[in-house]
Ligand binder design. Structure first.
Ligand SMILES: *Cc1c(COP(=O)(O)O)cnc(C)c1O
Length: 430
């Protein structure tokens, strides 16, 4: 067993390149990366047989737990039929059903049209290109700019990256992308000049995940919708992280009764099983792409509307109904809040706890509220220490992110918070 594990690690270090990773440290002799080999429910097992709670839902994707019997069975059935067929030039039975299901969460026919792609970045990329091409084809060719919010994250492909507000990730590519202006509030947006040049405003509704779980003020989304509508600016919502029950409702925008012009979905769409994404839009926008060849939307990916992904997404919605997932989440949220309050009360270094439904950021600071030096990498150290207590998660800077699968139990939530408390004590109180 140990020998096999050593081989896996050696091959990884020799041949792979990990995302957002300092490869020098990853491949260092003394670094023993965790190799995950199995999952069941909220639990993941490593190459040595240790189990951990998947505290960040495998980078914000997993919804109903790993190896869910219904999802597994549906996928096996679909696999026996066919794994992949082209959506370019052909259709298949599941895509329309899934698009109809997605549209059903919004009033009437408001978001009736779905374009499928592969991941969060492409869902955004696609919305941006649609937004620009729409303007070109509807007599407003001067509207080519976007507005995004400071410190936002919308993905890593070139267009999505030009919206990115995290300088460490994106500043070196800034000059190559779409023209984007950044604001930090609706008031700042109101004060921008040349609003008649803006094609769309992009935002993660209710909470920015990558920005250390930054919460937007209540009512802000509805206010943004009202303002953008009045200005003829499209509202592009990035629900890649907030979608599928994370914030307590199926989609975050439903909490402020907002319907965007474009809605971007990915991560949890397939229950966290497969890479599938969707960009939903209004029929009126779609109609500008009808007509001749010059109006078509020349965009797509080889795995667009992958049947396995669609089958998983439909099964995930079925589980939401069968397991009353949203009703369960409504009970989990106050339990989580209570536990977090206790955690905050017990540690001087817990500077602030930010929670939006099942999305949590626990920001750590020095005892008098001062930020730790970046080079100390306190957040990383705390998450590493939490592993010993059976929790896997990742920080954003010194904010510990807890974003578990929605299938988590009350006891498992307590275990997560205990692990974080133990880890904070180990790293900061010794
Ligand atoms: C993860 C994420 C993305 C990018 O999705 P990928 O599937 O990683 O390309 C975009 N927006 C938000 C809000 C995200 O959390």
């Amino acid at each position: 067993m140990k020998k096999q594990l050593t081989q896996w690690i050696e091959k990884d270090k020799q041949f792979c390149w990990h995302p957002f990773t300092r490869q020098g440290e990853w491949t260092a002799e003394e670094h023993e990366p965790l190799m995950l080999v199995r999952g069941e429910g909220v639990w993941l097992e490593d190459g040595e047989g240790n189990s951990y709670i998947d505290g960040n839902a495998s980078i914000w994707t997993n919804i109903h737990g790993h190896a869910h019997p219904v999802l597994n069975a549906v996928l096996e059935e679909q696999l026996d039929r066919v794994a992949h067929t082209s959506f370019l030039g052909y259709g298949h039975p599941l895509a329309g059903e899934l698009a109809e299901k997605l549209a059903s969460f919004f009033p009437g026919t408001s978001l009736q049209r779905t374009f499928f792609s592969d991941n969060g970045s492409t869902a955004i990329e696609c919305a941006l290109k649609m937004a620009i091409q729409y303007r070109l084809q509807s007599g407003e060719p001067e509207r080519t700019e976007f507005v995004a919010f400071v410190d936002c994250y919308h993905g890593d492909t070139m267009g999505a990256a030009s919206l990115g507000g995290v300088d460490a990730f994106f500043s070196r590519f800034r000059k190559f992308g779409f023209p984007v202006r950044f604001v930090s509030s609706v008031d700042e947006l109101r004060k921008l000049d040349r609003l008649d040049r803006v094609a769309g405003v992009v935002i993660e509704p209710l909470v920015q995940g990558v920005n250390q779980v930054h919460l937007w003020p209540q009512g802000m989304l509805a206010e943004l919708r009202e303002f953008t509508e009045a200005q003829g600016i499209h509202l592009i919502l990035d629900e890649v992280m907030t979608g599928f029950g994370r914030t307590g409702s199926m989609f975050a925008c439903q909490q402020e009764e907002v319907v965007p012009d474009f809605l971007c979905l990915a991560k949890g769409l397939t229950g966290g099983y497969l890479p599938l994404a969707a960009t939903l839009t209004r029929e009126e926008i779609y109609e500008a792409f009808l007509g001749g060849a010059e109006n078509a939307f020349y965009y797509g990916h080889s795995y667009t509307a992958n049947p396995l992904g669609c089958a998983a997404a439909l099964a995930s919605f079925q589980i939401f109904e069968d397991e009353s997932t949203l009703e369960r989440v409504a009970e989990l949220i106050p339990h989580l809040s209570e536990g977090l309050e206790k955690l905050a009360g017990g540690h001087v270094h817990v500077w602030q706890v930010r929670q939006c439904g099942m999305v949590v950021g626990i920001e750590l600071r020095g005892a008098s509220g001062e930020r730790f030096e970046r080079s100390e990498r306190i957040g990383e150290k705390v998450c590493l220490a939490a592993r010993k207590w059976g929790l896997l998660t990742r920080p954003v800077l010194d904010t510990i992110v807890l974003l578990p699968p929605l299938s988590i139990s009350f006891e498992e939530i307590d275990q997560c918070l205990d692990a974080i408390a133990q880890a904070i004590t180990e790293v900061l109180h010794k």
